[in-house]
Design a protein around this ligand. Sequence first.
Ligand code: DGJ
Length: 558
Amino acid sequence: MKKPVIAVALAAICAGFVLQAQVKERPVPRLVQGDGRYALLVDGAPYLMLGVQSNNSSDWPALLPKVWAAVEYLHANTLETPIYWEQFEPKPGQFDYSEVDTVLAQARAHHVRLVLLWFGTWKNGSQHYMPEWMKLDPERYSHVTNKNSEFVDSPSPFATASLDADVRAFTAFMSHLKVADPDRTVIMVQVENETGTWGTLRDYSTEAQKLFEAPIPPEVMKAMNKTPSTPAPNWREAFGDEADVNFHAWAIAKYVEKIAEAGKAVYPLPLYVNAALRDPLKPGAPGSYESGGPTDNVIPIWKAEAPAIDIEAPDIYLLDSPSYLKVVELYHRPDNALFVPETSGSGNAARYLFSVLGHQGIGYSPFGLDYTRTHMPQKGEPETPDGFLESTARNYRLIAPMMREIARLNFQGKLQAVAEEEGKLTQTLHFGEWDAVVSYGVGRGSSPKGNAEPVGRALIAQLKNNEFLVTGMQARVDFRPAGTEQQRKSQQIVNGTGQTPSALIDGKWQHRQFLRVEEGAYENGAFKPIRILNGDQTDWGLDFSMDPEVLRVTLATY
Ligand code: DGJ
């Protein structure tokens, strides 16, 4: 019974609810799930966030011109920018909406959407964005207490005065957005920033200690798939060395839930939290990473305790592909849409946008790509500001004109995308009767050697059985008949030597034939062919340089 309903909903969503954007009140953005995949609906249709996050102190009127100039250069469709609690509530209960209104008005003028980041109780594990009147009263708005009974530079999730104040301020902020943003310029809100604590695993205050020694709430046991070995175990008994981290995650998730729930009750925008990661391949012991935030090991606790949060999202600053891909896998879960709210976007790291798309990412947003940078370029970083932005700008120039199409195809499960991995010369993607083979560092008639630096990327979407949308950078894409899995095991492949990719299927050679390869550009969401590629441009496969190029390819066999 369930499937047809989902299928109908999916078709309706994809068929063109964009129309709704033209009626007076635009629908509130929302996250939807269908057939195990997610989409962020903006104006009623799947939206791919090609984002950029400004530097932490850039959301001030004097600085914003340097942000918008970068957004424009990048062709980003979404700006992620902070809202500072210290600015928003300079005196208790007195709210200053000027910053929110300024960024809203300017975003509209630039035709850019916003993700607003609520820098509230937590910012990178500390309470640095609490208003001064809170900072000056640490006994009331208390910090985490370490094992030596000292306050550390982190807010306590047991500080009810802080929680009440954050609930009140966040509710005021969301209520204001509801009224001030009928255009739905704001499409998501991040609640807090990299919650958790550095330097101690949890709060050791008397109150916290009492709860730590009490029986674990049953929903935590269930979420973590734990069967109690003793009746009503406490945290240490159930989790051993992981007890403190799990306890801190539980306490913070509950605190954040209260804020998210109150904000959502007044204005139900999609909400997410971001994580400072632990090492995805060799996770160290508790203490080697920020404790209590939504790291991969405690996502189930966050899901159980903070249902008003739609997404647990990774901030990925890792640069090697095994680590990057592992994070993407860990956060792309049946119960969690993949969204990367912070990442490195310069140099070859920009290729990972394609890995995120390949895991049905709903959005991606490199951090700090604006013209307000104050630090000196580090070793290996481009010297000029535009050099710093260029890699992401290339991605967005290519994808922005077709972002609705990409978001729709991804939601429908028709799209695959990959980035070059160090030492991997080819990647094969399966599309029913066809395999798409992506190869890197390949010339005419030579076999792939990989690019000098791993910069390659490719995206392929199946439009019909024999028709594909293909794009990429520094990569060759070709297709070969796939046959069944059984046949694939025994088939012979001829590839990359100037001969046509072929497969021996059921004792008969099947050769790939390009019926038509159109190069074109997306205008107002529709593909407009500009020429048919043939001859040298297709005889060796479909080669992509760093320039934006989009192809529609129709295949046949002979
Ligand atoms: C992660 C944080 O979430 C950002 O606000 C920023 O501090 C970056 N780290 C590093 O610059």
